[in-house]
Design a protein around this ligand. Structure first.
Ligand SMILES: Cc1cc2nc3c(=O)[nH]c(=O)nc-3n(C[C@H](O)[C@H](O)[C@H](O)COP(=O)(O)OP(=O)(O)OC[C@H]3O[C@@H](n4cnc5c(N)ncnc54)[C@H](O)[C@@H]3O)c2cc1C
Length: 300
């Protein structure tokens, strides 16, 4: 990591929120549901699918949890009313996972049931490793309650992921495969980028051998190129997989994937709670230091 990026990463918590907001606005659709809808309409016009995400995580009290649930139900309604090609992604800690697991289950179940009635799908995002067991347990319980319109996320950086994937493909789980974004300890996670990439490709092969549907979530050329080759090797039809990317990241590569005839879904986050998400995106951006410096010195 270049020195300036290292300094900015260390100093990140002290950078004014207004500066972070200015630089990070490309990663979020806006603060209101209408902003998210507008963004999804634009993507759909280009035959790009979406998954809408209400920003926020680790919600602390029952009142806020109820609000989040109501807002996610409104997203599902808006998708229906506007005939958008979009599903919904949610984080279990937004719906109470760290307060009361049973409450979180009931909330997520309500959302997944509503989506099912609309013929829609809910992706359960994966958060830090302290939540992996509980998140997978929620997914499995939804399945056993007859709700098959939902899928999980597997993080290639976790040592445990191979075992999780081998178990999930037995029931043909719908899996989003990503590298993983949280700062996990070397005891449980690969830290070396080559090891993470190798594990990603190993897991992708296991998922496809097992006949599961996969969301290949990455902006990494190395992984995208290898994934293209793996898709050809398995002779997959377009409806057996999709690529996934985040809003505001590598749009040229995104369009190239579409032009090459693959399906792609963009993660479209919106909402008032944009800071934590935007900070993570910025810290992944190799040009972060330059963007922040520019925002500090060239105020618009
Ligand atoms: C649709 C989707 C859903 C996700 N869901 C989850 C989840 O549920 N749980 C979880 O832990 N993680 C999730 N992630 C994040 C993921 O784990 C990675 O942290 C993230 O995708 C970066 O990894 P990468 O594979 O793109 O590789 P990287 O090596 O990080 O990036 C490859 C290249 O893409 C470009 N790039 C990447 N990020 C940025 C950026 N922010 N700005 C500008 N350029 C950038 C750079 O050129 C970089 O060299 C998700 C990612 C996607 C795409």
């Amino acid at each position: 990591m270049p020195l300036l990026n290292k300094i900015i990463t260390t100093a990140f918590p002290f950078i004014p929120k207004s500066i972070v907001g200015q630089v990070a606005k490309r990663y979020i659709a806006g603060v209101a549901l209408s902003d998210g809808i507008r963004q999804v309409k634009e993507l759909n016009k280009k035959t790009i699918m979406a998954t809408m995400d209400l920003l926020g995580e680790d919600v602390k009290n029952n009142f806020e949890i109820e609000e989040v649930k109501a807002e996610i139900l409104s997203i599902l309604q808006a998708i229906e009313e506007n005939k958008l090609t979009s599903n919904v992604s949610l984080k279990p800690t937004q719906l109470g996972l760290k307060i009361d697991k049973e409450l979180a289950y009931r909330n997520i179940k309500k959302i997944v049931e509503t989506a099912k009635n609309n013929g829609n799908f809910v992706r359960i995002d994966m958060e830090d490793a302290a939540t992996t067991d509980d998140t997978l347990a929620i997914y499995r319980r939804l399945q056993s309650d007859g709700l098959d319109n939902t899928g999980v996320v597997i993080q290639a950086y976790l040592h445990r992921s191979e075992e999780d994937v081998r178990s999930l493909v037995k029931s043909k789980a719908n899996i989003r495969l990503c590298k993983g974004i949280y700062n996990e300890s070397p005891g449980i996670a690969y830290k070396d980028r080559h090891e993470i990439r190798n594990n990603y490709l190993k897991l992708l092969n296991i998922i496809l051998e097992g006949g599961s549907y996969v969301g290949i979530a990455t902006h990494d050329d190395f992984l995208i190129d290898h994934a293209h080759a793996i898709i050809s090797k398995f002779g997959l039809n377009k409806d057996q997989y999709e690529y996934q990317m985040l809003l505001g990241v590598r749009e040229k590569r995104r369009d190239q994937i579409v032009n090459d005839g693959h399906r792609i879904r963009i993660y479209v986050p919106f909402g008032e709670q944009w800071y934590a998400y935007s900070s993570r995106r910025l810290q992944e951006n190799p040009q972060m230091a330059w963007y922040i410096t520019k925002a500090i010195f060239i105020r618009q």
